[in-house]
Design a protein around this ligand. Structure first.
Ligand code: 5BU
Length: 263
């Protein structure tokens, strides 16, 4: 039977995470639960897509370490400007996986200084709860909401993040719901009296997968299963696709599936 959940608007009043409340407000105001994954290799493409698709998304997901001509000044500064202009959040899909002390410096320093600009980032629970403590420590001097997603499940074939590993990941998230506001997952996680935000990659309406293990599910399948936000990359900007047309299509499909779920 289909999962029923409260509306994004109801949830924004009670959510324990300030970042999640800000996100739920954006989703409600813009009527979109679409996160576009900006997996491109040049800053021009990244910034062009962020500008043209900004109106249709609640979040842009990045892998900044794949941008060939990356500099903080030429990529991050304008991206943050666009996030304000179009009212979206930035999610650096960094997938931290080390001990607390190391992830704190990976999060705050180096070339990318992720904590400075990424409203959301994510981490594997593999090292244990110290990874959350380390990342949370990295937000200490940031005067804006920051949030963490734990990788509880992955979309790729043969993923080891299942069963007991997934359950233990949820337990670890419960220790700091001010900062850890949800999961990257394929299913609804947490008990009915908790409110984790579920963001789901591996969403595609025209393809089944790729040759490197990615697997796609439909928007209806993902949202009716209790996910809150769909993450779409190549379904929107692969060669031969018009990114604006596809963004509108995924946004509309995501909102329609959500509307059916809250009824
Ligand atoms: P795609 O082009 O829609 O397949 O891109 C999916 C994006 O989501 C890509 O940036 C991946 O790194 C990311 N991803 C994923 O596909 N599956 C996962 O389980 C996780 C992240 Br976690």
């Amino acid at each position: 039977s289909a999962i029923t959940l409260k509306s994004y608007e109801d949830r924004l009043r009670t959510h324990p995470s300030p970042l999640a409340r800000r996100l739920l407000k954006i989703i409600t105001d813009k009527q979109t639960n679409l996160c576009v994954s900006l997996d491109v290799q040049t800053k021009d493409e990244l910034l062009r897509l962020a500008d043209t698709l900004g109106p249709y998304v609640c979040v842009f997901k990045t892998h900044v370490d794949t941008v060939e001509d990356f500099t903080y000044e030429s990529v991050i500064v304008p991206l943050v400007e666009l996030s304000k202009r179009h009212n979206f959040l930035i999610f650096e899909d960094r997938k931290f996986a080390d001990i607390g002390s190391t992830v704190r410096s990976q999060y705050t320093s180096g070339v990318f200084k992720i904590a400075q600009w990424a409203h959301i980032t994510n981490a594997h629970a593999l090292p244990g709860p110290g990874i959350i403590d380390g990342l949370f420590a990295g937000t200490k001097n940031i005067n804006e909401e920051r949030g963490l997603l734990l990788l509880a499940e992955m979309s790729s074939a043969g993923s080891l993040a299942t069963g007991d590993y997934t359950d233990k990941t949820v337990d670890i998230a419960r220790k700091n719901t001010f900062f850890t506001f949800g999961f990257i997952a394929q299913t609804r996680l947490g008990s009915p009296n908790e409110d984790f935000i579920i963001m789901t990659p591996g969403v595609g309406l025209d393809d089944k997968g790729d040759s490197l293990g990615q697997q796609y599910r439909t928007v209806d399948d993902v949202i009716s299963g209790g996910s809150d936000i769909i993450i779409v990359g190549r379904g929107i900007f692969a060669k031969g696709r018009d990114p604006i047309t596809e963004s509108k299509r995924y946004r509309d499909a995501g909102w329609k599936a959500y509307t059916a779920r809250v009824k």
